[in-house]
Design a protein around this ligand. Structure first.
Ligand code: 5GP
Ligand code: ZN
Length: 114
């Protein structure tokens, strides 16, 4: 989608520190990491948020979780634990309107989040 920051990162018009890519998703390091491991996993298809994903397209969400599991293992945070977060909408803390999941790990994460 024209003008979307994460679409530009997905199609490499804007470069990022990529850690994983396949035909459906791409993952890269968050520019402002909140933990030693902070990766963003996004679908290559533009969805503004999870609310834009139709029921019949929900396979992309399980795929993202599968990829998160692999990245967590690759980055060595699978044993101690990690968190996968999707912020949705203003009160959910979403600032970039392209569906993304945060994979956070490498430190003890507080609960509940602020
Ligand atoms: P949200 O607040 O929408 O859940 O998360 C957006 C995330 O995108 C934030 O953690 C922010 O640091 C990250 N971010 C914003 N702009 C860029 C960018 O240009 N490159 C990268 N790698 N991350 C970004
Ligand atoms: Zn987009």
């Amino acid at each position: 989608m024209e003008g979307c920051l994460f679409c530009q990162i997905a199609n490499k018009k804007l470069k990022s520190e990529y850690v994983y890519e396949d035909e459906k998703v791409i993952a890269f390091k968050d520019v402002d990491p909140q933990a030693p491991v902070h990766i963003l996993i996004i679908p290559k298809t533009h969805y503004s948020s999870i609310l834009d994903v139709a029921d019949e397209e929900m396979g992309i969400i399980s795929h993202i979780h599968k990829v998160a599991k692999k990245i967590a293992k690759d980055m060595g945070v699978d044993e101690k634990g990690f968190r996968l977060i999707n912020n949705c909408g203003e009160e959910g803390g979403q600032s970039v309107p392209h569906l993304h999941f945060h994979l956070l790990g490498g430190r003890l994460l507080g609960w509940p989040p602020g």
